[in-house]
Design a protein around this ligand. Structure first.
Ligand SMILES: [Zn+2]
Ligand SMILES: [Zn+2]
Length: 173
């Protein structure tokens, strides 16, 4: 996975894994591969445990109460996960930047990927563009990559659900 300038793929993968956490190392490997990640070594139980710890931290960023708290939490993740950037062509798919040391296990790769990707997304697109769905019972996390930056729902389905509900509430008055 190449980090595009807005970190979109990385932040979307973090949201996907947080919303439906993988139960096994095999599932984690499959879903990372499907997202375009090149796996350099076999995925282990430790990677899965590490992922859960990373997602717990990452969800605090999602639920931060303001942009300063959010930035502080991202900075903490960056400090603990990222190394100086370096150029690599490890997958033969073109030169790109890694913000981590070579030869890291997947759990650490994801930690660095989510930290840097989230920082790029928030700094590039707007500090408010990471949230949970406005439908209370849904609660799914999404990164708002819309043009206007005013996305409130995880999906069109949830947007419709809420529109129907508001319509009914209006009629009941
Ligand atoms: Zn790479
Ligand atoms: Zn939703």
């Amino acid at each position: 996975m190449h980090l595009n300038p807005y970190g979109e793929d990385a932040v979307n993968l973090a949201a996907d894994l947080a919303n439906r956490r993988p139960a096994t190392a095999g599932e984690l490997a499959d879903r990372c591969r499907a997202a375009g990640l090149v796996l350099e070594s076999p995925v282990t139980r430790e990677d899965l445990d590490r992922l859960h710890a990373v997602l717990d931290e990452w969800e605090k960023v999602v639920d931060a109460s303001g942009e300063h708290e959010r930035a502080e939490l991202v900075n903490r993740m960056l400090a603990a996960s990222a190394a100086y950037p370096r150029m690599t062509d490890h997958a033969g798919g073109g030169w790109h930047l890694h913000y981590r040391d070579h030869g890291q296990p997947l759990g650490s790769v994801l930690f660095s990927l989510f930290s840097v990707g989230t920082a790029l997304h928030l700094a590039g697109r707007g500090m408010h563009r990471l949230r949970r769905c406005a439908v209370t019972e849904c609660d799914l996390i999404f990164a708002d990559t819309s043009r206007t930056g005013r996305q409130r729902y995880c999906s069109p389905r949830c947007a419709n659900r809420d529109a129907v509900r508001r319509h009914r509430a209006g009629r009941g008055r």
